[in-house]
Design a protein around this ligand. Sequence first.
Ligand code: SF4
Length: 692
Amino acid sequence: MKKEVNWVKTHCARMDHGGCALLVGVHENRVVAVKGDPDGYLSRGYVCPKGLAAPERLASSKRLQHPLKRAGERGSGRWRQIGWDEALAEISDRLAETRERHGARSVAFCQGMPKGLEHFALIRLANLFGSPNVVAVQDVCHAPREISGLHTCGFYPVVDWHHPNELIVLWGSNPAATNEEGQICSLLRSQIERGSEIVVVDPRRTELASRARHWLQVRPGADAALALAMLNVIISESLYDADFVKRWTHGFDRLARLVAAYPPEKMAEVTWVAPELIRSAARTYAGAKPAAIAWGNAIEQTVHNFDAARSLIDLMAICGNLDVPGGNIQANEPPQQRLGQFVRADRLPDKPKEMIHAHQGCIPRLMTVPPVYFRRAVLESDPYPVRAAYVQCANPVLAYADSKQTARALEKLDFLAVADIFMTPSAALADIVLPAATHLEFDDIGHYGLGHGILLARPGAVSPPGQCRPDIEIINELGKRLTAACDWFEDYHEMLDGVLAPAGLDFEAFCRRGYLRGEEKFRKYEAGGFKTPSGKVELCLSKADSLGLPQLPEFKGPPDPASPDFPLVLTSCKNPYFLHSSYRWLEKLRRHSPQPQAVVHPQTADACGITDGEEMIIETCHGRISQTARLDASIHPDVVLAAYGWWFPEMPETDAHRWQQANFNCLTSAQRVGAQFGTPNLKGINCRIRRA
Ligand code: SF4
């Protein structure tokens, strides 16, 4: 008999920020098929291998399905199944007790990459609980671009993919392999088919680099030097938008004097990009109207990320590409509940003064705690002790720089609760583990708070297995137990309806629409100036001293000062089959990438006696891992591109899933961090390799 399949229109999520519109086939509460929805506003029918693996992920026998309570030493793998009531009671009792004895700020709430409303629900819980400490990985993702944008031009400049771009510069971003902030590559590909040219700035010759007009094979971590050299060319050759600069920028003369010290010939030595190529790329960018810079995480993952982000915004600004169709725009959001209202920011007005990193001189408006300072608070009580943590959608042991220190910090906590969909090396250290539902199993709203001017409907298609519950439902229940119940919702659907109320929709009506987008408006500064102290783009920050920030960007040298013992430069990139440390347990994805592979130039490998497919040791002065060598001439001979996020879910929990064997963050350190965002170096680290 033919199976009756009901098709549900929704959007992908949890495999990354989400964004692809999906048609999900359901039979008897099981997802049996997934395909791209050609009506998708961002994706236009595209689905990546991760999205297609949703049925396996939902039905995986390895999923957590019951709340667990630790029944042995941390990491012993001994657990006792408990009911939700006991789990929620234990978590709320332990967090309330910690607050009672040590103050609310001794409890941290940790989030990995936000997938939906759960991130903001967690901030709401922290605010109502009284803790200023929401720990997030924004130091290496999003905050350096967004907050540098807020200080420089008053907004977060994102690419306008919906109007013709004459030129797109992919700077440290490879959207063909990863879904950068939910901006699916379909839109980029349509632009290329329509005639857009591309320039790629990447140490690897990616698929897009081989189609680019210019490929700048930059030294990892030298982005600011390259951008300043391009500014040098554009200003010295008067290629900038003189009218925009005159009317709408502050500090152009100062910037011009500064970049005179960054000629392409000099910067070629540090960027490894030939001076003529720097000149050509600068001229191409300045001559294209409009041109957009798609800037990725790579520019954010060094101690010099503020300089890199500021230099790139300066390029966008002086070439007249800010907030113009097809340029880098301030996305207009559709009507929705304001974030501040959703998270109840009013309940914790002193949060900026109370956060763990309040006295570290970080950039104003950074509202989550950089992981390095969280860990210091746990291990060294600096500036005060943190004793308990609630973690969701995160695997800090793998994701934070210096994994061994992170594991020590989690082990030291008096109490740790983790909500996740599978057991991870971080969850293995918890006192209580909660089984989370995953996307397609509950109703959610996508792209809220991402700054791209859209909201996506993500109705659930099936109910979760076993006792799994959505993170937003768990937070809602914990909120009622830990804070005044009247600040929470009868049911988490009320939370969704609240977000949509300003649009005059409830969740059901929103799902019928599929998505909401903001009104198209450009050059908004013409009506009231830029939202900066001077009302202009602040090439030179007018209030730098009072903000404790440098006035102008500069290149301070490679992120990791040269060391003769470690002659190569280490970097990493994301794997299109996984999300950070997730999904290595799914056979359908793992078979494409069964082992961690590090890419090395054949010449370099030969010099070290390493052959293709052989196990090799990668060492930095902080640690050592082993990965399989993949010889590839598309990488610079002085660069090693290691795989990131590796552990082995197939290995026993008592063996910590062998996370120390190949995990990239065993090579990184958090001893030195950037002043503005507390970011450690994840790129541009000195390293060496040898045969295993
Ligand atoms: S690109 Fe992201 S949103 Fe699209 S199908 Fe893949 S995981 Fe899902």
